[in-house]
Ligand binder design. Structure first.
Ligand SMILES: Nc1ncnc2c1ncn2[C@@H]1O[C@H](COP(=O)(O)OP(=O)(O)OP(=O)(O)O)[C@@H](O)[C@H]1O
Ligand SMILES: [Mg+2]
Length: 365
């Protein structure tokens, strides 16, 4: 079901947690909220769930206005049909899995047969059928998180809010559950809002990503669009662009334009037009767009340096290269592309001008 937030503001005393935030989550869409700690992600979810009362604005779920500051509308949390899954699983350890998942339905006093059927359905969906009669204290972290998910799904929520549901799990389990979650969301056509700190989780789960900063959304788009064209260096940083340097135009500002890195002799040429980068521009280059060669590359952006750190990552190798008269660069090279370089090897690092983005440090809020 479509969820619409219009001009939502939320203050805790003097502090503004959400600042005139507007966004529409389409029916069946998975929207991921991404942003620094304290930028207002959890607060936004709590407002949708009705656990927090905004200072102003309007929230609509489907065709129902559930909050309207001006008209004094405020629908109670349990009447909104919104499911929430948090970082901490909140599973009752002394009950069985069946009892944990059945609880919200028993509260609604549904017939026993219907409860049994609905619980069996969601346990199958999250892959816990064989564990139904097991005590919840005997579960692993990943299984508990599935119980929490099943307990939300059994209510057949029109909107599911997930606040870092996988962050307590180890990396492999997180990877697996992420794919399962995406599958369940797409299969059921669930409207989801998902909060995470993890960029690869965001990219994998989102139909659209909303980047938040200071209680506002500063960029919202499809994952591949944000990945290719972040609107600020702060956003690029969030999406794994590890080469970010303050810079100043070295010449007249037309594309291709040359910049000098602040505090260094290094010059960088970019295809991005110099316009619109404001007072505080940054050179941003993805580590996978840096090439390492034994000879200088032809054309712009070839810098001499030496390998400082080599880190083998399986399918790729991550290098840190210190440039002569320049900063350190991160380079990510596919394992099979070249033989591995040793620490201390002199190299030339290069990047195509179209892989160099000049972005403002932050989008003005
Ligand atoms: N109950 C509260 N009382 C006072 N201030 C609060 C309360 N809850 C949150 N805040 C403040 O509101 C702002 C937004 O908090 P919120 O929890 O929404 O951030 P977040 O984006 O979820 O952060 P994190 O990634 O750390 O979970 C923060 O500055 C926080 O300190
Ligand atoms: Mg939070």
């Amino acid at each position: 079901m479509k969820v619409q937030l219009e001009n939502i503001t939320l203050a805790y005393g003097e502090a503004t947690a959400i600042d005139r935030l507007s966004v529409t989550v389409e029916d069946g869409e998975s929207l991921v909220l991404l942003g620094k700690s304290g930028c207002g992600k959890t607060s936004t979810m709590r407002c949708v769930a009705g656990l927090e009362t905004p200072t102003g604005g309007r929230i609509t779920i489907g065709d129902t206005v559930v909050f309207d500051g001006e008209r004094g509308v405020r629908v109670a949390p349990n009447k909104r049909n919104v499911g929430m899954v948090f970082q901490s699983y909140a599973v009752w350890p002394h009950r069985t899995i069946f009892q944990n998942v059945a609880f919200p339905l028993q509260q609604q006093r549904l017939p026993k047969a219907e409860i049994r059927e609905r619980v069996a359905d969601v346990l199958a969906l999250v892959g816990l059928t064989e564990y139904a009669e097991r005590g919840a204290s005997l579960l692993s972290g990943g299984q508990m998180q599935r119980v929490a998910l099943a307990r939300s799904l059994v209510m057949r929520p029109s909107v599911l809010l997930l606040d870092e549901p996988l962050s307590n799990l180890d990396a492999r389990l997180r990877d697996r559950l992420r794919v399962e979650l995406r599958e369940i969301q797409q299969r059921l056509g669930l409207t989801c809002v998902y909060v995470t700190h993890d960029q690869s989780e965001a990219l994998a789960l989102a139909d659209r990503i909303a980047l938040m900063q200071g209680g506002r959304i500063v960029q919202i788009d499809r994952p591949e669009k944000i990945y290719d064209a972040p609107s600020s260096a702060a956003i690029a940083d969030f999406l794994g662009v590890s080469n970010i340097f303050p810079c100043a135009p070295a010449g007249p500002g037309s594309a291709p334009a040359t910049y000098r890195l602040t505090g260094h002799a290094t010059e960088v040429t970019s295809d991005t037009p110099a316009a619109g980068t404001g007072k505080d521009p940054r050179v941003c280059i993805r580590p996978e767009d840096i090439r390492l060669t034994g000879e200088p590359a032809t054309g712009a952006n070839s810098w001499p340096g030496r390998v400082d750190v080599v880190s083998f990552q399986g399918s790729y190798v991550r290098y840190r290269v210190s440039l002569k008269d320049g900063p350190e660069l991160d380079a990510v090279v596919p394992r099979r592309a070249t033989r591995m370089l040793d620490v201390g090897t002199p190299v030339w690092a290069s990047a195509d001008p179209d892989a160099v983005q000049i972005l403002p440090a932050e989008v003005p809020a």
